[in-house]
Structures are given as structure tokens and as C-alpha cells.
Design a protein around this ligand. Structure first.
Ligand code: SAH
Ligand code: SF4
Ligand code: F3S
Length: 472
């Protein structure tokens, strides 16, 4: 798909349809009769995109009179927001659906909805409808705004309701959102993906890449700041290609400069950067924008040029290493994290050793590591020479043996130093937050500090977290 012939339409969602108004009235009536609001419970699987979609689903439900419950047994509506990036993500959803079947037997009025990436695939929808016939509502990643209408059909018309749109040219603005945290927020900047890495289902389930209008993004972040939000994470499958299909020429770097000016916002993060599109302009923007965190998540996936070529990643090991060098030269304290896949079809021992070499050369601050999982419909699923499970597992373990000591070494470099930490959660006077470099820190302190940025001296480090003490 070229940029030009793909016209994106930004539109506001409708909240005034007859069905929505009637559903609201019914829920009000329920409240008057029963003395409580109907409750929903959302189970979210997968990435931050899905986390944020769940915040939109929660917003839509709140706007028609539902309230949230942590306890699925108490719920009148249970929603599964699903992921199919790897086979085990899919298996977890099916396992949990089996459990919920029992709940529904005890409470026949409970509605069960399944949505998210899995539902964008016809064969999986059919499987759910057949094997889990108690499911009342199915919707997808492009139809979240239709949820009230679908509930209406399931509840009032007693119909199984399915709302799926394969791909859309529309971006729905002003969807109500019920955000999980007050002090930090996820903000979409692009939807979909055009990269078609050969192992990945995302382009098939999230559609073509679409960028939101910069004004819409800025408006949303200003409103968040007014509401007390201090940190935004800009979301896109490949944030570096932001703006490619907008009429107005605006790049991701331009967008960062604009967001950096918004009063009240103190930290700007973004996920995910694709190495093929990381420009010098972006590195300069990270350097010049004081609020942009010194952290890039830059998935490398593999170290062998042959594997990278067959993955369709469109960069080489040498290019990746040159980006790391440039980043560290311009921003000496930048944290670089990554994603690595082990056991891609045809990966030889030599290819795998190139991945190990990459890890040793870059010395990542942290990494998500995955066993390659064959996904139906992707190009890699058809490749010959799929790697046997035992070989994959052995390589995976060998990778961690190299990676984890490096991560621990990197954390050790933080010992004794002081970092500003945005406090995110509290449990029994133990606060948890993250440094600018995305390191997780636990320390003692008062619960009033949640949402504040405090200075913490690091006293102890492990591989996955650090401990510290607040400076008075
Ligand atoms: N858009 C992001 C990644 C989204 S998916 C990017 O391109 O960086 C998150 C991670 O899941 C990917 O980086 C990849 O490492 C992993 N992944 C995707 N498909 C996979 C598969 N079929 N098997 C194993 N890991 C996979
Ligand atoms: Fe998947 Fe590649 Fe797109 Fe990331 S860039 S979502 S890995 S196709
Ligand atoms: Fe995310 Fe999983 Fe969908 S990783 S985009 S929720 S397939």
C-alpha cells in the first residue's frame, strides 16, 4: 500500500444512537431496581496496544452505566481482550474461556464477550463460536466503539452479536477512556503496521498503518496533563514511521518537539522503534527534548544478516550496531532495550552465535526474549526447516546465560547513584516506580508519593529490579 492512495478519515464516535440511549436507560433502571450498577471485568492479554484498548472498552462501558469489578465471579459482563502474537498467548485465552464456562453456568445472565487481535481472524472466531457457544459478543480491534450496540443486541434483542471489520480507514477520535493510572497514560500515535515481518501476525490483525493527526494527539495530551498526568507513552508498532501517510508533512521527531512543550507533562516515552526507520533527526530530538526519556526500545530480533533478511526486517547487523554507536555517542547515558527471537526457521548454529555476539557487543540494558512461534498465515510459517523445539529451548537457555549477567552488570553500574523515579504503585509502604531508563525500583515510602517523581539512591540491584532509599 503506498502512502498516497490510502486516505485516512478521522471521525468522532457516535454516542447518541437510539440503541446507546436505550442501553443507558436500561442500565439506569437496573440501578434503581437493584441498588447497584451492572459490573464488568476485563481480562487483557498481549501488548500495550491491547492494554490501552481495554482502557477504551472500560470508558465505553462506564459511559453507558457499567462499573468495574476486580472479581470476575461478580461480573455481569466478562470481556476477553485477546492476543495471538505467539501460540501460548492464544492457548492462555482458550484455557481461561474454559474456566469462565463454569461461571456462566452458575450465572446465566452473565454476558461473555471476546475481542482483540484473535477475533480479527475468521478461523479463530469460528472456533470460538463453535467450541465456546456460551460466548454472547464478538468484536475486533476496529469495532471497540460499537460495543454498546453489540451489548444492546445481546442483552435486549437476545441475539449473539458479532461486530468485525477487517481493516478500516477510519480513526475514531474522542472515545471515552477509563485510564488505569492517573499519573501515566498510553497514547496512540499510529495504528496498524505495514512492515510484514515474516513471523508476525500484527499486520494481519491490526490492518494498515495509520497515523493520528498531530493536533488530535496534542489535544489529548494537553487534556491528560490538565488531569494530573505526568508521563505519556506514545504507542505505535513502529513509531518512527509516524506521519508517513498524513497530508501535512510531520515526522515523529517533529511530534516529540511539540509534545515536549506541553506544560505538566514531565516524561515522554515511546514504543516501539523500528531500527530501519530510526533517523538522525530522531536522535537529535531525543537529545534536545528534555522530557523525552533516555530510553529506546529497539527490537533487534536476530544477529545474523541472513535471518534478518528472511525475517524481512530490512536492516543488517552492521546497521543496527551503527545505530547503537550513534545513540550512545550523542546520548551517553541512554538505555537500549530489545526483543530477540530464537529459533526462527532455518536458524543455524552459526546464525544463533551471531545473535549471541550481538548481545555481547551491544550489552543491552534489558531484553524480551521469545521462542519463535509459528503463526498461521504468515510467510515464515510456510518456510522450510522449522527448528525443532528442543533445539529452540537449548538456544534460548544459552541466550539467557549470556544476556542476564550483562543486564545485572548494567544494573550494578547504578549502585550508589541517585535517580528520579516516578512512583507508580504502593503495597504495604513499599513503593514501586521506574527510572527514566525504565529500570524498576522498589523502596520504602509513604503512599502519598504515588504519582510523584522522587529522588532515590540505589542500594541493591538484581537482574529484574533494583532497591533503593528516598533522599529527603
Ligand atoms: N512492532 C514491534 C513489535 C510487536 S510484537 C516491533 O516491530 O518491534 C512484540 C515482539 O514479539 C516482537 O518484537 C517479536 O520479538 C515478538 N514476536 C512477534 N511475532 C513472534 C512470533 N511469531 N514468535 C515469537 N516472537 C514473536
Ligand atoms: Fe510485527 Fe514487524 Fe510490524 Fe513489529 S514491525 S508489528 S514485528 S510486522
Ligand atoms: Fe499486541 Fe498481541 Fe495484538 S502483541 S497487537 S495484542 S497480537
Amino acid at each position: 500500500m503506498t502512502d498516497k492512495n490510502y486516505e485516512i478519515i478521522s471521525e468522532d464516535i457516535r454516542t447518541d444512537s437510539d440503541k446507546i440511549i436505550e442501553l443507558k436507560n436500561c442500565n439506569e433502571q437496573f440501578f434503581i431496581m437493584e441498588g447497584r450498577r451492572k459490573k464488568y471485568h476485563i481480562l487483557t492479554y498481549g501488548c500495550q496496544m491491547n492494554e490501552h484498548d481495554s482502557e477504551k472498552i472500560a470508558g465505553m462501558l462506564t459511559s453507558v452505566g457499567y462499573e468495574e469489578t476486580d472479581d470476575e465471579k461478580q461480573a455481569d459482563l466478562v470481556i476477553f481482550n485477546t492476543c495471538l502474537i505467539r501460540e501460548n498467548a492464544e492457548l492462555r485465552v482458550f484455557g481461561k474461556l474454559g474456566e469462565v464456562k463454569g461461571l456462566k453456568r452458575n450465572n446465566p445472565h452473565m454476558l461473555v464477550a471476546v475481542c482483540g487481535c484473535m477475533m480479527q481472524r475468521q478461523e479463530i472466531r469460528e472456533k470460538v463460536l463453535k467450541k465456546f457457544s456460551f460466548v454472547d459478543i464478538i468484536f475486533g480491534t476496529n469495532t471497540i466503539h460499537e460495543l454498546p450496540m453489540l451489548i444492546y443486541d445481546a442483552e435486549i434483542n437476545k441475539r449473539k452479536s458479532v461486530g468485525i471489520v477487517d481493516d478500516t480507514k477510519s480513526i475514531y477520535e474522542n472515545m471515552p477512556k477509563r485510564r488505569k493510572f492517573k499519573h501515566k497514560a498510553l497514547v496512540n500515535i499510529t495504528y496498524g503496521c505495514d512492515n510484514f515481518c515474516t513471523y508476525c501476525v500484527v499486520p494481519y490483525v491490526r490492518g494498515r498503518e495509520k497515523s493520528r493527526e498531530p493536533d488530535d494527539i496534542i489535544r489529548e495530551i494537553k487534556a491528560l496533563a490538565e488531569d494530573g498526568c505526568k508521563e505519556v507513552t506514545l504507542l505505535g508498532q513502529n513509531v518512527n514511521s509516524y506521519g508517513r501517510n498524513l497530508d501535512k508533512k510531520v515526522t515523529f521527531a517533529d511530534l516529540l518537539y511539540q509534545i515536549n512543550k506541553i506544560d505538566g507533562i514531565e516524561r515522554i516515552r515511546f514504543m516501539t522503534s523500528h531500527p530501519k526507520d530510526l533517523t538522525d533527526d530522531l536522535i537529535t530530538a531525543i537529545k534536545e527534548c528534555g522530557k523525552v526519556c533516555r530510553h529506546v526500545h529497539l527490537p533487534v530480533q536476530a544477529g545474523s544478516n541472513e535471518v534478518l533478511r528472511r525475517m524481512n526486517r530490512k536492516y543488517t547487523k552492521e546497521h543496527y550496531l551503527s545505530l547503537v554507536e550513534k545513540l550512545r555517542k550523542d546520548l551517553p547515558d541512554i538505555a537500549i532495550t530489545t526483543d530477540i527471537i530464537v529459533g526462527f526457521p532455518g536458524e543455524t548454529e552459526e546464525d544463533f552465535l551471531e545473535t549471541i555476539d550481538m548481545v555481547k557487543k551491544v550489552r543491552f540494558d534489558s531484553a524480551f526474549t521469545f521462542l519463535y512461534s509459528m503463526r498461521e498465515g504468515t510467510a515464515a510459517a510456510k518456510m522450510e526447516n522449522q527448528i525443532p523445539d528442543d533445539v529452540k529451548h537449548k538456544r534460548f537457555d544459552r541466550l539467557l546465560e549470556v544476556l542476564y549477567p550483562i543486564v545485572l552488570e548494567k544494573n550494578k553500574e547504578c549502585l550508589g547513584k541517585v535517580f528520579p523515579v516516578l512512583v507508580e504503585t504502593v503495597e504495604n509502604n513499599r513503593l514501586t516506580g521506574r527510572t527514566e531508563h525504565f529500570r524498576l525500583v522498589h523502596f520504602k515510602g509513604s503512599r502519598d508519593l504515588v504519582g510523584e517523581i522522587v529522588n532515590v539512591r540505589i542500594t541493591k540491584v538484581k537482574t529484574f529490579h533494583m532497591e533503593g532509599e528516598i533522599l529527603e
